[in-house]
Write a protein that binds this ligand. Structure first.
Ligand code: SF4
Length: 385
């Protein structure tokens, strides 16, 4: 009979890596280095991603010593739910705390379908990739306190598990047919392509058959316009969708609100976006936040239509959500309709987003910002805003 080495208990003084950041290959290598057979890695990942257990003890076909070693070597899920803020329009914003007490936001956006209840609506999950953001877009709450750090791959993946646990109270999960969400948009806090390697590792884990098995084409990565990273992303094997945060149809307007435009102006960004679309054969999305008296003129609409036509892109028009401490405002309804009409007349594919989550601080990063500031000013150190 095969004699196994006893599992050494890992040094817990150093910060433990997250199990959610391991690939099948790295977990297999770690387990084998500790005398476990290779097949244990698949068993463990199945507990995590298919059965979605929330504790090491839930992995009932593993020996107690192995579970103890895993608990000493890894953090199971490196994000815990602080609060869930549901809006009347069926958007649910989760505030999550990481192991260093940093706060991030993850949003569940439900789109009800005809004839089915809200529990069976299509769900899109918006995830964050950084704590804060360095891009400095002047209208955005996420960048207000600057950049703190990149999320690890494990922290990015953990957001999806937090959503699954929030949505499905049963653990371990019984019904393999139940789809927890339909799309992922990487549009939360942070510039995703500034955290390229961790993002790609996380999306690879989400895509893998031993992970969540989530199709790459149901993942949209949104960027403020980092040209070299767009070119790199175009070369990746997994064909993700790409969204460009445009928010200005000329360099003059875009440069007023997005500092990135000085480094990568439209003359460089748009050809890179076009090349990406041609490589992957999928429609791009152009995000365009409508801000009063800044980019809401019919001239901007006409220029945006020309860009969208050239790129064969879909346009998301998003009337601005006001942010505490910033003076930018949402245009009036008439002006929004006039802008949309210009796109419609030119047969541009577009969606005018009636905002989700306006009553739960839905502007990107605002919920987290309020919680951080409440925490700083609260001597009792409560977390819930
Ligand atoms: S809009 Fe996006 S890229 Fe710009 S500061 Fe906010 S999070 Fe960063």
């Amino acid at each position: 009979m095969e004699q196994r080495r006893p599992l050494p208990i890992a040094d817990t003084s150093a910060e433990r890596p997250a199990l959610t950041g391991e690939t099948l290959e790295t977990l297999t290598a770690n387990l084998m280095a500790h005398g476990e057979p290779a097949f244990r890695a698949r068993q463990i990942l199945e507990w995590l991603y298919k059965k979605r257990v929330r504790s090491w003890d839930g992995m009932t076909n593993l020996s107690k010593p192995l579970r103890e070693w895993l608990a000493s070597a890894y953090t199971l899920i490196p994000a815990s739910l602080v609060s869930s803020n549901q809006a009347q329009d069926v958007t649910d914003k989760l505030l999550l705390e990481l192991s260093d007490r940093a706060l991030i936001e993850t949003v569940i956006i439900r789109a009800p379908q005809d004839g089915v209840g809200i529990n069976h609506s299509r769900k899109t999950i918006c995830i964050s990739t950084q704590v804060g953001c360095a891009m400095g877009c002047v209208f955005c709450a996420s960048g207000l306190d600057g950049f703190r750090r990149n999320l690890t791959a494990g922290e990015i993946v953990a957001q999806l598990l937090a959503v699954c646990h929030q949505e499905d109270p049963h653990s371990p999960r019984a019904d393999d047919e139940f789809a927890s969400f339909d799309n992922i948009v990487v549009m939360g806090m942070g510039e995703p392509l500034h955290n390229y390697d961790n993002l790609l590792r996380a999306l690879t884990i989400l895509n893998a058959e031993w992970g969540m098995g989530f199709g790459a084409r149901r993942v949209t990565i949104s960027t403020s316009g980092l040209v070299p990273q767009i070119q790199r992303l175009a070369q990746e094997k997994l064909g993700f969708r790409l969204a460009i945060s445009l928010h200005g149809a000329t360099d003059e307007v875009r440069g007023k609100i997005m500092p990135v435009n000085k480094r990568w102006p439209l003359g460089e960004l748009l050809p890179a976006a076009k090349a990406f679309a041609e490589t992957h054969g999928r429609m791009l999305t152009l995000e365009f936040i409508l801000i009063k008296d800044l980019n809401d003129s019919t001239d901007q609409a006409t220029r945006l239509a020309a860009i969208a036509k050239d790129l064969h892109a879909h346009v998301n028009l998003i009337p601005y959500n006001t942010v505490d401490g910033l003076a930018w405002q949402r245009p009036g309804e008439t002006r929004i309709e006039a802008f949309a009409e210009v796109l419609a007349q030119r047969s541009i594919s577009f969606t005018l987003r009636r905002e989700k989550g306006h009553d739960i601080n839905a502007a990107c990063g605002q919920l987290r910002l309020k919680a951080e500031r409440a925490r700083e000013g609260d001597s009792t150190d409560r977390l819930v805003p």
